[in-house]
Design a protein around this ligand. Structure first.
Ligand code: HEM
Length: 369
């Protein structure tokens, strides 16, 4: 296996990681020395490992990574996260989550998201706008707050907690980041736990009430799982969507075509969203554990080994996508990897159901600078 060096904190790499993905392409696996990790940008290999139950999200028993004591509050919450678990726990959490987080509930958000997007665009002042704080960050935090049923004036606080917690997954992590993440976890958990108890006595038409009520063959979410699921929906839903918007808007503006031309029909709007997720997705790497000894792609994985699956690199694989480095909305839905097999339908469904294109569409109709 070939070894490569690339500092993932390097500014040029952060702005354009695709040159490095092309440099390492050629074999199903490569060793990324800066991460000390076997990785892949090969679409066939990444897709296969996402679907292979011998590669899992949860460390096999006896191979759990060391967790420093000062990070205990953070990992105590993460332990109940659907994103960190394998079946049967994953199956139970997911069946309860989708009983509350229904298509009907998400579709009902459409007029609100549309109105909010137009309101934000109408509120832009001057000729130059920083879209991240003025638009991309606002929509998911307000929509997820409304969805959960927490007061909207908590949005900025939820955003700050979310940023501090999600920083734990970023390469710039250090002790200061860890301490801020633990502080945010304790505050966020206390807030949500109190909110859940209040909803038990005073049920409303919101997601937290539905999560409390969700039952499946007698199974229900424990309070710890309820707390973690609410935090996850915010953290997973917010960060990915903010950067999905921003990357998508940048790609459309740089394409040189009239922005409105991408939103002429609902089908073209969805094709545009899909292609922005393939061409420049917000989430680049997901890891999996070898749940047993595995011979795969010419490599011997030992039980407990980790592999880095570079979705963004796999989405630019010329063996899978013709002119892979070109943004082409007419290429048709071609099996790019916005999410793992576990939530392919979920993420595509929530993208589609989130009608994320609405802001683009409203954007193009209200497009100024
Ligand atoms: C552009 C937007 C988004 C992208 C690119 C994205 C991508 C992903 C990916 C790649 C995974 C799989 C992770 C893995 O297998 O390790 C995932 C899982 C998940 N995402 Fe998203 N996501 C987005 C938006 C959202 C939103 C808006 C929500 C909810 C409010 C959300 C909630 C979840 C949940 C709960 C899971 C775990 C699903 C499961 O394990 O069954 N995501 N997402």
């Amino acid at each position: 296996m070939k070894h490569f060096r690339q500092d993932p904190r390097d500014g040029n790499f952060v702005q354009n990681p695709y040159d490095f993905y092309e440099e390492v392409r050629g074999e199903p696996l490569f060793f990324w020395e800066d991460y000390g990790l076997v990785c892949s940008v090969d679409h066939a290999a990444v897709n296969a490992m996402l679907r292979d139950r011998r590669f899992g999200r949860e460390a096999p028993e006896g191979f759990e990574p060391e967790r420093p004591e000062h990070l205990k509050p953070f990992y105590d919450v993460e332990e109940h996260s659907i994103l960190e678990r394998e079946p049967p726990t994953h199956t139970r959490l997911r069946s309860l989550l989708v009983r509350a987080f229904t298509n009907k509930r998400i579709a009902a958000l459409e007029p609100e998201i549309d109105a909010l997007a137009r309101e934000l665009v109408a509120g832009f002042e001057g000729d130059t706008i920083d879209l991240l704080p003025a638009f991309c960050e606002k929509i998911p935090i307000i929509v997820i707050s409304r969805l959960l049923g927490v007061p909207e004036d908590m949005a900025d606080q939820l955003l700050a907690w979310s940023h501090d917690m999600v920083a734990m997954y970023q390469v710039r992590r250090d002790r200061a980041v860890e301490d801020a993440a633990v502080k945010a976890t304790l505050e966020f958990t206390a807030f949500i736990r109190a909110f859940i108890e209040a909803r038990r006595d005073d049920p409303r038409d919101d997601l937290i009430t539905s999560l409390i009520a969700a039952r499946d063959e007698g199974a229900k979410l424990s309070t710890d799982e309820l707390v973690t699921t609410c935090i996850l929906l915010l953290n997973a839903g917010h960060e990915a969507t903010v950067h999905g918007f921003a990357n998508g808007i940048k790609t459309i503006l740089k394409s040189g075509a009239a922005p409105a031309s991408y939103f002429t029909t609902p089908e073209r709007t969805l094709a545009t969203v899909d292609e922005t997720l393939r061409f420049d997705p917000p989430l680049h790497m997901f890891t999996r554990y070898a749940m047993e000894d595995i011979e795969a792609f010419g490599h011997s994985f030992k039980t407990g080994d980790t592999v880095g699956l570079l979705l963004a690199g796999a989405n630019r694989d010329p063996a899978k996508f013709a002119h892979a480095d070109r943004f082409d909305v007419d290429r048709g839905g071609t099996g790019h990897l916005p999410s793992g097999p576990v939530c392919i339908s979920a993420s595509v469904r929530h993208w589609r159901n989130w009608k994320c294109a609405l802001p683009f569409r409203s954007f193009s109709s209200g497009f100024r600078t």
